[in-house]
Design a protein around this ligand. Structure first.
Ligand SMILES: Cc1cc2nc3c(=O)[nH]c(=O)nc-3n(C[C@H](O)[C@H](O)[C@H](O)COP(=O)(O)O)c2cc1C
Ligand SMILES: Nc1ncnc2c1ncn2[C@@H]1O[C@H](COP(=O)(O)OP(=O)(O)O)[C@@H](O)[C@H]1O
Length: 313
């Protein structure tokens, strides 16, 4: 997949040579609702001999406009691009979202962006809005097309009677419900990072842990212990991950850490790039009276996790 970074306005002579079907959206999470929109663009492009493309934005409009809620992402840009590529999207345009772009009127967006991208079909979700104060809607795209492109509007994708949305997935993560998250994403929630040195306490208590420093601002949900799949050097292992501040040790730094104890593994992985998929939540992080109580609990966590892996993974 090709990725093209754009800023608004596009260069005067910018004109995409091949006609495109464009899935338009922010798409944080690339969840099952987003996938419908993107798949429609892929199918339309294939049927017509056009290029399948996504037009997305970075960073999130809320982050730029100073509204609360978006400094952390389900799929930071690199992960979003990975998901598009896996789906078979041929080209992604990443429009830099800044104050100037936020002020663009819908008709200007159409003339100055969609037209230079040779848009023949644009696909959006039914409640999509764009342009100055979100004035542009799916209907606006239709009204302003004047026969230049078609518009596909994808209806709501629901699960358990609720519209699938990035917001709802974020709430599930805040509650540690990575299993619901998995259903709504269509894949386990995954974070990427690098293994860094910790305090070397892990091995002394019999549970060495790979400390993962995340590579991008992921939304890490509820503190506590998770069952995870961990991938390093193309090899996957099951394990247990603690997310939190390790209250038992009353550390000066109250930073959230992610540490994974891997099953059936002994090796040196400092500095390696890794992926962690969050598969289920086991319990909340606790402050124990001493190290022995912590060790006893971790032994139970390991047993619980191994049972769950044996049952369903
Ligand atoms: C499965 C698991 C569960 C854990 N649960 C807790 C906990 O509830 N409370 C806590 O203070 N630390 C908990 N820890 C963190 C340990 O305190 C931590 O692994 C140890 O301090 C090693 O730190 P280090 O990697 O920086 O050396 C847990 C660790 C693991 C692997
Ligand atoms: N089963 C295992 N799970 C996690 N890390 C392991 C395991 N076996 C060996 N290691 C290695 O040991 C390191 C963790 O040891 P630990 O004493 O917890 O040190 P640190 O505090 O630096 O994480 C890991 O980063 C990894 O290189």
């Amino acid at each position: 997949m090709k990725t093209i970074y754009l800023t608004y306005p596009l260069p005067k002579d910018f004109q995409e040579a091949t006609p495109t079907a464009i899935a338009l959206g922010y798409f944080d999470g690339v969840h099952i609702g987003h996938r419908r929109v993107i798949q429609k663009a892929i199918d339309t492009a294939r049927a017509n001999g056009w290029q399948s493309t996504v037009l997305t934005f970075d960073p999130h409009p809320r982050e730029v406009l100073g509204q609360s809620g978006y400094t952390r992402y389900l799929t930071p840009l690199a992960d979003k691009l990975e998901q598009f590529e896996k789906m078979g999207v041929e080209k992604t345009y990443v429009m830099q979202f800044d104050i100037a772009f936020a002020a663009v009127y819908p008709e200007d967006f159409i003339t100055d962006c969609l037209m230079p991208l040779s848009c023949r079909q644009v696909v959006v979700g039914f409640d999509y809005t764009f342009g100055h104060r979100g004035m542009g809607t799916a209907q606006t795209l239709q009204e302003m097309s004047h026969g230049r492109y078609g518009v596909d509007i994808i209806g709501p994708v629901n699960r358990l009677g609720e519209k699938v949305s990035s917001t709802i997935i974020r709430e599930y993560l805040h509650h540690g419900d990575v299993e619901q998250t998995r259903h709504l994403l269509g894949r386990p929630y995954k974070v990427r990072g690098t293994v860094v040195h910790g305090d070397k306490r892990g091995r002394t208590i019999g549970f060495p842990t790979a400390n993962v420093s995340v590579s991008a601002p992921y939304l890490i949900g509820k503190n506590g212990v998770y069952g995870v799949r961990f991938t390093v050097d193309q090899q996957s292992y099951f394990g247990v991950m603690n997310v939190g501040i390790k209250p038992t040790f009353e550390l000066e730094k109250k930073e959230k850490s992610l540490e994974v104890h891997l099953f059936d593994f002994s090796g040196e992985i400092y500095g390696k790039d890794v992926e962690v998929e969050l598969l289920f939540y086991i319990r909340e992080e606790q402050k124990f009276a001493g190290v022995d109580a912590l060790i006893a609990q971790i032994q139970k966590d390991v047993a619980t996790a191994k049972q769950r892996f044996a049952d369903s993974f």
